[in-house]
Design a protein around this ligand. Structure first.
Ligand code: ADP
Length: 493
């Protein structure tokens, strides 16, 4: 069922940006409210804007701390980018690491985040993230009843395998469990309710104006407003404003709701932003739609190599996303080809978790399964002799336990001597916007003068300075759970 939800959600965002625009896409959300709207007013303690992972987490935490909470979601469905993500969550010292005897530490995780983001992140925020990630994962498992798989994935840039995988390797497993909990707690989550403006009185945020299908409604917040509206990966104009390289030529993995609304709304009342130019592309995405391809997770299981049209490897397969993406753009046709075998497909649990995507890619000719390396290579007009040689060389490195070309981290496994073999074509697409609102370790939003904006909190991708120039895979879920909980608890005070 969850697989189906993910498939439907993926379908919702699979259209191109122009063909799939929503009324708010690429337009500032602080636009004037509809004049035909009726005006209704309602009162709550805490208003959460956005029903993705951070928003739902914050809402539950605020409610459990005793607040009367409402969640406003502009789309017709909840979940945001969290739901269409793989949902993996980095957590040092987690239960699977302990079972498998993998040594890890909060300090090591912290260092990986800092180094992975070129030491540009705010160390205090990173410390909070690293110190609370395991507690957040336990909360998801034990309080929210998120089912986790019994295997982990190794995301690029981490020094050890530490990323937990929710059932079906789907973020919708997390968001649907959060929603179930929110329902149990009696939290109202309103869809098709787009926040357009933050209200202030006596220097304190005390409400939100929203466009709804019943017209404009003003929601009053007795205690606080939490912004959890996600990033701006689908807002091409905003991307270009901060980073001209990230123009319309680059597709996006994000939902159409990722338009930076929370950033523009908060800026309108004086909030500061940071790191807006750091926009991450994910290296293995659909060449036509930009959708993130989960069949590519074979790479994260350490069971695939990336080659170019010339049949040669060109980067370490578990490098940072930005490094791999840049390397891909330097190859022929700006695409890469992921090569793997049947064992790799099984090791990454692809057919169970991402069978729909597999079938679609095969149908579209973007993934090929063949008995021999030559046959697979011919499908994409890759230099077959060179690819064969590349695979033989890699197999030797794997047997020797040392990749002399790119020093691939983790345990190296040779490819099978016999097929079937697989090759998948893909290219980079915008995935995560590292920049956003400036917050402190209490998740309070900071203004351009460096002061706390009373009554305003933010959590999740809408915030900046937590991942520096580049976010490592599976750190976003840790971020939204850790800071979502902090924002919720503090907003309820
Ligand atoms: P995060 O990972 O930080 O939780 P997500 O992308 O998962 O971010 O969730 C953000 C949610 O916020 C999405 O569901 C998105 O549709 C919603 N959203 C964005 N802008 C608005 C807005 N103006 N009003 C209400 N909801 C919004």
């Amino acid at each position: 069922m969850k697989k189906l939800i993910k498939f439907i959600l993926a379908g919702l965002v699979s259209c191109s940006l122009t063909a799939c625009s929503t009324p708010s896409q690429n337009t500032p959300s602080t636009s004037a409210p509809s004049t035909t709207a009726t005006s209704t007013e309602t009162d709550y303690d805490v208003i959460v804007i956005g029903a993705g992972g951070a928003g739902l987490t914050a809402a539950i935490s605020a409610k459990e701390a005793g607040a009367n909470v409402i969640v406003l979601e502009k789309m017709g469905v909840i979940g945001g980018n969290t739901a269409i993500s793989g949902g993996e969550m980095a957590a040092p010292n987690n239960w699977l690491q302990q079972e498998q005897g993998i040594e890890d530490s909060v300090e090591q995780f912290k260092e990986d985040i800092m180094v992975g983001g070129d030491n540009e992140a705010n160390e205090a925020l990173v410390s909070v993230l690293a110190e609370n990630a395991l507690d957040g994962a336990m909360w998801l498992k034990d309080e929210i009843n998120v089912p986790f798989e019994d295997y982990m994935l190794f995301f690029g840039g981490h020094s050890v395998m530490r990323s937990l995988v929710p059932e079906n390797a789907s973020g919708s497993t997390i968001t649907s469990s959060l929603k179930t909990k929110a329902d149990e707690l009696g939290i109202q989550v309103l869809t098709q309710t787009e926040a357009t403006q933050l209200l202030m009185e006596d220097g304190k945020v005390n409400g939100v104006v929203a466009n709804t299908k019943d017209g404009e409604i003003t929601y009053h917040a007795n205690k606080a407003v939490i912004i959890a509206t996600g990033g701006f990966g689908s807002n091409v104009e905003m991307r270009k404003q901060y980073n001209p390289d990230m123009d319309e030529k680059i597709l996006s993995t994000c939902t159409v709701g990722s338009t930076g609304d929370g950033i523009t709304m908060a800026q309108a009342i004086g909030a500061d932003v940071t790191d807006m130019e750091y926009i991450q592309t994910y290296p293995t995405c659909d060449i036509d739609s930009g959708l993130l391809l989960y069949v590519g997770d074979v790479r994260l299981a350490g069971r695939a190599i990336l080659v170019n049209k010339e049949g040669k490897r060109f980067v370490e397969e578990l490098e940072r996303r930005d490094v791999i993406s840049l390397a891909v753009t330097e190859q022929t046709d700006q695409v890469s080809y992921l090569f793997f075998d049947e064992n790799g497909l099984a090791a990454a649990d692809i057919m169970d978790a991402h069978g729909h995507e597999y079938d679609k890619l095969i149908e579209e000719g973007k993934l090929v399964k063949a008995d021999t390396i030559e046959e697979a290579a011919e499908h994409f007009e890759i230099d077959a002799a060179a690819l064969k040689e590349t695979v033989e060389t890699f197999n030797q490195y794997a047997k020797d336990g040392n990749d002399l070309d790119f020093n691939l981290r983790g345990t190296l496994t040779p490819f099978a001597d016999e097929g079937p073999y697989y090759i998948m074509v893909s290219k980079p697409a915008v995935h995560h916007t590292m920049g956003g609102l400036v917050i402190n370790t209490d998740a309070q939003v900071i203004d351009t003068a460096g002061n706390v904006i009373p009554g305003l909190y933010a959590a999740g991708e809408v915030t900046g300075d937590i991942h520096g120039t580049n976010r490592l895979g599976s750190d976003a879920i840790a971020d939204i759970i850790v800071f979502g909980r902090i924002a919720g608890q503090n907003a309820a005070k």
